[in-house]
Design a protein around this ligand. Structure first.
Ligand code: NAD
Length: 357
C-alpha cells in the first residue's frame, strides 16, 4: 500500500526523534512491502526563524493533502518571549483547529522491563495499561471571552469554560469505541459537584453510554482520579475527560510508566490525524544524542493502527520496543543500572529498534 505522510520535525529534540521514527518507517516499508512517502514541512520555532510564522500556509496545505501528520515537538527558550501569535505553540493549536482534531488519545502502558524505572513501587504500576481520551478543541483553552483586563483599578484575568452537548457527545463516542477494543471500561472524569459544564458532561456521557451496553461506565471526580492514578492505576482502562483535566491527568499517567520519553499520542477527529510524542522539545537535552525516540516511534505505531489500519505492522513496532528494552538497552532517561543495562544514544536506539523489526 502507499501512504503520504507529512512530517514536521519542529524544534529542540524534535528533529532527532523524528529522524529515528523515519528509520523505523523505512524498515517497515521494506519488511511489509508498503511505500511511505514522506514530505517535510516547517512548524514551530523552526518556521518562525525561516518564514516568520509558526504555522506557514505551505505547511498547512502539506498536512491537509497527506494521509497523516507526524510531528516532533515545538517550542524553546529562544521564542519564549514572543507575543502570543508568534509563539511556536501556536502551530499546535492551529493544526488541531484546522484539521478538526477534537480527540487526543494518550496510551500509557507499563513495559515489564521498565518496572523499576517508575517512581512508584513495582506492585503499584505493574498492571498499568490505560488510555486517556482527552477532548482537545473545547473548554478553557478555547472559550471566549478571554484575556486580561482592567477592572476596579486592577488587572483581572478571564477564561471561559464552555462545552456544548454535541462536543461532549462526539468525544464520548471516541472513548466508548476505544473501550470496545480494550477492556470495555470507561471512567469519565469531571467536577460535577461544582461545575455546570461537568454536570452537562456527566449527563451526555451517561446517555451516550446507553448505546454501548457492552462497556461499563463509571464517573469520577477529577481530584479523586488524580489520587487514584497514584494509589491504584491498574484499575483504569479508558479515562474520558475534558481538555484541561486531560492535559494534567495524562502527564500524571505518563510518569507512571517511568519516562515521558516513552509515551505516544494521536489526535483524531478530521480526515487527517496528527501523531506526536507526549513530550515537548526538551531544550535541556537537545543536540546531545540523549533524547529517547521511543515515544515518537510508538506514535508512528499509532499512525499505522488508527490512520492506515495496519494492525500487524503496529504490533510489530510494539514488539520491537519490548524486545529492545528486555535486552537492557536504555536511553539516559530510562537507565537504572550501568552494570546490567546498556546506555544508548538516540540514533543507536533507533538502529536497535529497526534491527529488532
Ligand atoms: P518537555 O517535555 O520538553 O521536557 C520535560 C523534561 O522531560 C525535560 O527534563 C526533558 O529533558 C525530559 N524529556 C522530554 N522528552 C524526552 C525524551 N524524548 N527523552 C528524554 N527526556 C525527555 O517539557 P518542558 O520542558 O515543559 O517544555 C520544553 C518546551 O517544549 C517548551 O517550549 C514547551 O512549550 C514545549 N512543549 C511542546 C510540546 C509539543 O510540541 N507538543 C509539548 C509540551 C511542551
Amino acid at each position: 500500500m502507499e501512504f503520504q505522510i507529512a512530517v514536521l520535525p519542529g524544534d529542540g529534540i524534535g528533529p532527532e526523534v523524528v529522524q529515528e521514527a523515519l528509520k523505523i518507517l523505512r524498515r517497515l516499508g521494506v519488511k511489509f512491502g508498503h511505500q511511505f512517502h514522506v514530505r517535510e514541512g516547517l512548524a514551530g520555532g523552526a518556521a518562525l526563524d525561516a518564514v516568520g510564522e509558526p504555522l506557514p500556509a505551505d505547511t498547512l496545505k502539506l498536512c491537509k493533502s497527506s494521509d497523516a501528520v507526524l510531528l516532533g515537538a515545538v517550542g524553546g527558550p529562544k521564542w519564549d518571549n514572543n507575543p502570543p501569535p508568534r509563539k511556536p505553540e501556536k502551530a499546535l493549536l492551529g493544526l488541531r483547529k484546522e484539521l478538526g482534531l477534537y480527540a487526543n488519545l494518550r496510551p500509557a502502558k507499563m513495559y515489564a522491563s521498565l518496572l523499576d524505572a517508575s517512581s512508584l513501587k513495582r506492585e503499584i504500576v505493574r498492571d498499568v495499561d490505560l488510555l486517556v481520551v482527552r477532548e482537545l478543541t473545547g473548554g478553557l483553552y478555547f472559550g471566549e471571552p478571554r484575556g486580561i483586563e482592567e477592572s476596579d483599578g486592577e488587572e483581572v484575568g478571564v477564561n471561559t469554560l464552555r462545552y456544548s452537548a454535541s462536543e461532549i457527545e462526539r468525544i464520548a463516542v471516541v472513548a466508548f469505541e476505544a473501550a470496545q477494543k480494550r477492556k470495555k471500561n470507561v471512567c469519565s472524569v469531571d467536577k460535577a459537584n461544582i461545575l455546570e459544564t461537568s454536570q452537562l458532561w456527566r449527563k451526555v456521557v451517561s446517555s451516550v453510554g446507553k448505546r454501548y451496553p457492552d462497556v461499563h461506565l463509571h464517573h469520577m471526580y477529577v481530584d479523586n482520579c488524580s489520587m487514584q492514578l497514584i494509589r491504584s492505576p491498574g484499575q483504569f482502562d479508558v479515562i474520558l475527560t475534558e481538555n484541561l483535566f486531560g492535559d494534567i491527568l495524562s502527564d500524571e499517567a505518563a510518569m507512571l510508566t517511568g519516562s515521558i520519553g516513552m509515551l505516544p499520542s494521536a489526535s483524531l477527529g478530521g480526515k487527517v490525524a496528527l501523531y506526536e510524542p507526549v513530550h515537548g522539545s526538551a531544550p535541556d537535552i537537545a543536540n546531545q544524542g540523549k533524547a529517547n525516540p521511543i515515544a515518537t516511534i510508538a506514535s508512528v505505531g499509532m499512525m499505522l493502527r488508527y490512520s492506515f489500519h495496519l494492525q500487524d505492522e503496529a504490533d510489530a513496532i510494539e514488539k520491537a520496543i519490548e524486545k529492545v528494552l528486555a535486552v537492557g538497552y536504555r536511553t539516559a532517561d530510562l537507565l537504572q543500572s550501568q552494570a546490567s543495562q546498556t546506555l544508548l544514544k538516540t540514533s543507536a536506539m533507533g538502529d536497535h529498534l529497526a534491527e529488532a523489526l
